[in-house]
Ligand binder design. Structure first.
Ligand SMILES: Cc1ncc(C[n+]2csc(CCOP(=O)(O)OP(=O)(O)O)c2C)c(N)n1
Ligand SMILES: [Mg+2]
Length: 339
């Protein structure tokens, strides 16, 4: 069984653009540029030794981060993130999250986790961002617990969990989807298929065409979407939210996309060709979205360029904020450590 990859049809795009309205659409574009500018800057700061540890960049995957977060209610719904989750943290709080995310990257006291989490472990429980996980697929079973909690409390919230194609081949994925399905839990399983798990291509790791096909094994809805189309991501999550609220349980969404950078900061990328990278770069989600807005008369090319410039400037200001922020005090090193 092969499921098609859904892109937004012109008719559906028209409906969605009308539903979202010009202000929100402009903000979505801003958020995408903010994420891109942030990650490019983070890469430079890492090279300068101003960010420590390792880092998993999601450049090329911004369509997912923005499309999903605008279909949810950050602060009301729940986010479980994964190691390649900078975009999700930023999109969850939009501009308000920029300074604290940069400060966290640079290990400063003003960061989301007071500099203790770094790039891979940003949580913000006040906004229901329950954090990322260094254990691949670690968020998937936690999302079952989130769904169960929502279900027992009887609220209209939903939980979304982000994970990669590699995580979809772990045992925890199968156990969790089965349990979420039998209990009809309001959880969205959002698989960012960026074509590789470290150096392992999805072509070698799966004997099926589309990861969403696995949904039928658990009796739930599965869809595959063009992850470089922010509107398609928005649409798929919106429909999954509606299903969850109707008590119809979880949805598995496969977002087909590509990471432009290496797996982490130590990847020579011998497993892929320059041509393959170029092909995907031609499908850049940001100009994709911009072209839609320009065509619909919502934006001019000058507006598009202006948003770009403003977001790069905002990221520079966030770096300045982080650089001027205090280092965590050694006297508080044991704060938040429990045994
Ligand atoms: C349980 C576990 N196994 C292995 C690793 C090492 N590891 C870190 S990231 C990664 C690849 C994950 O690939 P994918 O799920 O496709 O996410 P992506 O990095 O492509 O976004 C691996 C194997 C880990 N952190 N945790
Ligand atoms: Mg992957």
């Amino acid at each position: 069984m092969t499921e098609a990859i859904a892109t937004t049809t012109p008719e559906r795009a028209e409906e969605l653009l009308a539903e979202l309205g010009p202000d929100t659409l402009r903000e979505m574009l801003e958020t995408m540029w903010m994420i891109r500018a942030f990650e490019e800057k983070a890469k430079d700061l890492y090279a300068l030794g101003k960010i420590h540890g390792t880092m998993h960049l999601s450049i090329g995957q911004e369509g997912s981060a923005v499309g999903t977060s605008y279909a949810l209610r950050p602060g009301h719904d729940y986010l479980l993130n994964h190691h390649r989750g900078h975009g999700h943290v930023l999109a969850w709080g939009r501009m308000q999250n920029l300074e604290r995310t940069m400060a966290e990257f640079m290990g400063k006291q003003t960061g989301f986790c007071r500099g203790r989490g770094g790039s891979m472990h940003i949580a913000d429980v006040e906004s229901n961002n329950l954090g990322a996980n260094g254990i691949v697929g670690g968020g998937i079973p936690i999302a079952v617990g989130v769904g169960l909690s929502i279900s027992l409390r009887g609220t209209d919230q939903v939980g979304i969990v982000m994970f990669g194609d590699g995580a979809a081949n772990e045992g925890a994925f199968h156990e969790s989807l089965n349990m979420a399905s039998i209990w009809d839990l309001p959880v969205i399983y959002y698989c960012e298929n960026n074509q590789y798990a470290m150096s392992m291509s999805v072509k070698r790791a799966f004997n099926i065409e589309r990861i969403s096909e696995r949904a039928c094994a658990y009796g739930i809805v599965g869809v595959s979407i063009d992850g470089n189309d922010a509107l398609a991501a928005y649409d798929a999550v919106k429909q999954a939210v509606a299903r969850a609220r109707r008590g119809e349980g979880p949805t598995l969404i496969e977002s087909v996309t590509y990471r432009w950078e290496g797996h982490s900061k130590s990847d020579r990328q011998a497993y892929r060709t320059r041509e393959e990278l170029k092909e995907w770069q031609a499908r850049d989600p940001i100009p994709n979205f911009g072209r839609r807005l320009i065509k619909a008369g919502i934006l001019t090319q000058d507006d598009f360029n202006d948003i770009h410039d403003r977001m790069y400037a905002a990221v520079d200001a966030a770096v300045e904020f982080a650089e001027n922020s205090p280092e965590p005090d050694v006297a508080n090193i044991m704060d938040g450590v429990y045994a």
